[in-house]
Design a protein around this ligand. Structure first.
Ligand SMILES: NC(=O)c1ccc[n+]([C@@H]2O[C@H](COP(=O)([O-])OP(=O)(O)OC[C@H]3O[C@@H](n4cnc5c(N)ncnc54)[C@H](OP(=O)(O)O)[C@@H]3O)[C@@H](O)[C@H]2O)c1
Length: 325
């Protein structure tokens, strides 16, 4: 089968097209014949060696296609059924991938109208958006919500989802005026640059600050957003695109009367697969009914390295999805 592979960590140039043996499903797994595969920021993080990775590696954390085979003990899915899945062991940028059955949702019944392009574009990020806002940020009616990295793949979903949960104010922040303008297409009430946040927060929030700040970015912003939080506001850490963390003494949470929260998709899957699947199904349903509207660009095999370079270079304004056929 065709697959994108890297045999050493490094820049996008380490990605190569390879001919690999197709995987077979292990116990509790299915294999999926992949028609569409999202290119995800986590692919970039592992490819550049930000996290330990077993080499050679095939990237790809979100796919859509049809069930190829069922492993031992798998029930409730059938061969040939259209599915979206989140292969948490990666490998989705390939014509076939093995994934825990718990990460797959059938694209029939209430999800019959969801095309595989948009399913692959959102399987991971819609799950994350739902898990983040429901589980960690606990956004609800009247909340004032700030999203960092608002022009990115998650940013494209979080603002609209917060509004669907009843948020009174959603603000999307991005690195440059151009990217803030791009984020405006994602349904935020206001979009700003990071540099404008300190001056504009009081005016936008009626002097109260944000009830929730969703932090996909890290770096110096991780500390800079603290004064933007309302009393009892939630600082929700769900990513580290800048590849720089910060330190926090627990006493600061006490002194500043805020909540530090987090969401990690893999962690939720390993401990609460039922909750993971519920978030995946809800996220995809929200894409199917138009509540969430990712801006998607389809690419071919030769476009994967360019997509990585754009994600890493902060020039992506679409979610890139590999079409395998
Ligand atoms: N917790 C989880 O389970 C989970 C699940 C999915 C994703 N994530 C994480 O969430 C983050 C965002 O994912 P995504 O899919 O939205 O990615 P994306 O589409 O590439 O967006 C990343 C955003 O981060 C911002 N950014 C700031 N500094 C950056 C830097 N040094 N390099 C690259 N981007 C930078 C970029 O916007 P500006 O240039 O405008 O700042 C960009 O919009 C990633 O860290 C990802 O790993 C976590």
């Amino acid at each position: 089968m065709r697959a994108v592979r890297y045999t050493r960590t490094g820049g996008p140039e380490v990605l190569e097209l390879a001919d690999l043996p197709a995987p077979a499903p292990g116990p509790g797994e299915i294999t999926v014949d992949v028609t569409h595969a999202g290119i995800h920021f986590a692919d970039v993080m592992f490819r550049r060696g930000q996290f330990p990775v077993t080499l050679p590696a095939v990237p790809g954390l979100e796919v859509a296609g049809t069930v190829a085979a069922l492993g031992a003990g798998v029930h409730g899915l059938r061969v040939g059924q259209p599915v979206a899945a989140v292969p948490t062991g990666f490998g989705g940028n390939a014509e076939r991938v093995a994934t825990p059955a718990a990460t797959a949702v059938a694209l029939d019944g209430p999800l019959a109208g969801l095309d595989p392009l948009h399913a692959a574009a959102t399987a991971c990020n819609a799950t994350t958006a739902v898990g983040t806002l429901r589980g960690a940020a606990r956004t609800g009616p009247g909340d004032r919500v700030l999203v960092l990295g608002a022009a990115g793949g998650l940013g494209a979903l979080l603002g609209r989802l917060a509004t669907a949960h009843g948020a009174a104010l959603t603000v999307g922040a991005a690195g440059t005026p151009e990217r803030a303008a791009a984020a405006a297409a994602h349904g935020y009430h206001h979009t700003l640059t990071y540099a404008e946040l300190a001056d504009r927060t009081a005016e936008l929030t009626g002097g109260q600050g944000f009830d929730a700040v969703i932090d996909t970015v890290g770096g110096e912003l991780r500390g800079a957003v603290r004064p933007l939080l309302a009393v009892f506001g939630r600082h929700v850490v769900i990513g580290n695109a800048a590849d720089r963390d910060t330190t926090l003494a627990a006493n600061e949470v006490w002194y500043d009367s805020f909540t530090l929260a987090g969401y990690n998709m893999g962690g939720v899957l390993s401990r609460r697969p039922d909750l993971f699947r519920a978030h995946l199904a809800e996220g995809l349903r929200l894409v199917a009914d138009g509540t969430l509207r990712p801006h998607v660009e389809e690419i071919g095999w030769d476009g994967v390295a360019t997509a990585h370079a754009r994600l890493e270079g902060r020039t992506a304004t679409a979610k890139y999805v590999l079409r395998t056929g």
